[in-house]
Write a protein that binds this ligand. Structure first.
Ligand code: NAG
Length: 247
């Protein structure tokens, strides 16, 4: 009967103190003069380490990041089809570079400006509608790569207290996502009619950015929520004092 008692005491200590960031993560103190530069390096470095989960702080594995389902609404100019994705796996975060990560403690706004050179998606998909006035349908598995995917994420944080400690949470997110180019394949397009599929895929690739532009806000909304939830999970575990050396 000793073990449960020890375990209880231990978990009590942990919940009272909150969880610190993993020891392999760099740390920045909001009072240091180069806080913003420190944060930029720290966040980039942490993202690169996330090829495994950090369960103690609720961080998932990013290599790959698994998204069970994502539905992107039809556009209004060239992409007249809803896109349904299932079992999506996103990878390539290990090569992320961040040019700017800023946190303003007064407005509690966290801004990230990062590029993922090969943002790779693997998924099961379903589409049925019109793209560039061509009828398309297909259901199968596919992949896509967004080259130099430029992500600008803005998170508005709120704060609350738990057991005498200040914690942040994400109250609002906004994502801008724009890539230099796109490559993709959609298996089983037109029920496997390869000739028709190849013809269409060539047209779509030539117009990929125009097509993306029509549904961009849907992608930004969906991925914005995914990225915000990754931060929110971490923020729920690690008190503000352990994140930025705040008192
Ligand atoms: C990132 O991961 C990919 C796929 O596993 C690998 O090919 C690449 O070399 C990795 N890049 C770095 C910088 O570790």
């Amino acid at each position: 009967m000793k073990l449960p008692l020890i375990y209880t005491c231990f978990s009590l200590v942990v919940t009272t103190l909150g969880t610190k960031l993993p020891s392999s993560f760099m740390k920045c103190d909001v009072k240091q003069s180069d806080f913003q530069q420190c944060l930029t390096k720290t966040v980039e470095n942490a993202i690169k380490q996330m090829n495994r989960p950090f369960k103690e702080v609720n961080l998932l594995n990013l290599e790959p990041l698994e998204i069970p389902s994502m539905t992107i609404a039809a556009g209004s100019h060239v992409m007249y089809t809803q896109q349904v994705f299932k079992n999506m796996k996103v990878s390539g975060f290990n090569e992320t570079t961040c040019s700017k990560v800023e946190f303003d403690t007064d407005s509690k706004i966290l801004k990230l400006d990062c590029v993922v050179p090969n943002f790779r998606l693997e998924f099961d998909y379903e589409i049925n509608g019109q793209i560039l006035q061509i009828s398309v349908y297909g259901k199968g598995s596919g992949w896509g790569v967004y080259f130099d995917n430029h992500l600008k994420l803005t998170l508005k944080l709120g704060e609350y207290e738990k057991k005498g400690k200040k914690y942040y949470n994400v109250v609002k997110q906004q994502l801008s996502m724009l890539m230099r180019d796109v490559d993709f394949d959609l298996g089983n397009l037109f029920d496997g009619d390869k000739e028709a599929a190849d013809r269409i895929k060539k047209i779509f690739k030539e117009n990929a950015l125009e097509i993306y532009g029509d549904v961009r806000s849907g992608y930004e909304e969906a991925f914005g929520l995914v990225f915000a939830s990754i931060f929110d999970r971490l923020l729920g575990k690690v008190p503000a004092a352990y994140l930025f050396g705040e008192k």
